[in-house]
Design a protein around this ligand. Sequence first.
Ligand SMILES: [Zn+2]
Length: 299
Amino acid sequence: MTHCGNSTTVTLPGGYVDQHGVRHREVELAMMTGADEYFLAGLDAQACAATLITELLACCVRRVGSITAITPALLRALLIGDRDYLLVKLRELTFGGQVDCVLTCPQPACGEKIDISFNLGDLGYESKPLDSCYFTVRLPRDEGEEAQQDESVIEFRLPTGEDQEALAGLFRQNPEAAADELFARCVRPGAAHAATAVALPAEARRTVEQAIQQLALDVEIEIATVCPECGATVKTPLDFATHFLSELKTNLQGIEREVHFLAWHYHWSERDILAMTRNKRRRYVALLQKEVDRLNQVW
Ligand SMILES: [Zn+2]
């Protein structure tokens, strides 16, 4: 991450390929202002995480490569892995890299709560820059079968935030149907098999799914530790989006205290205070606290 004033530039592991085939990887992220923090903390917690991620990115993404007109549609068109990566970078920028969370030991007889701390800056991410929106995979053919060449090639794309948002409801109700639907969405319309993507023979579908998996980014954060109580190995993926969104909610009370503190002493308006970035607001809070403590000592 390169810091510059109130923004940071990061490089997407995958990247966004626009309609002209140009790849955009460099993203400028702006630090959240108090108003952003306030807005994000107030979002409907029942909404799907993918929708909340789009809102979060809409607050903070200023540029994607050479694209400065940032629309929700563009943010939805980013790969799932790239969006997850931006979320991690945004968390580092806003609250720092240190993550504290509590796990529950999976051993039924134990159930001990385990405190875990790690730094997001220590995590490595593989980089798989995209060359195009669509990729091709050749399907395996039964021996002796004389298929047309174009029938044995399938074009597909990788899942994006838009797919995630569209299918979130279905995923909750019927994960299998959602997986079918996602597969059908990712196979290029107009391709020989597109209309019947779900009806592809199992082996052919597996081939396409493996190709998708090979190209897709893996930004999952896995936590591994040993339970101090029973010694069991605890390994679990961290739902980072949910973790970050709940931090933003918890953060709300702190913001209100800080706004109140600054408004009380400086008589600044709430609007002006919330227009500051979190870091700037907290620097003022620290300065003022020092001053208040000094005066208290004098009296
Ligand atoms: Zn245990």
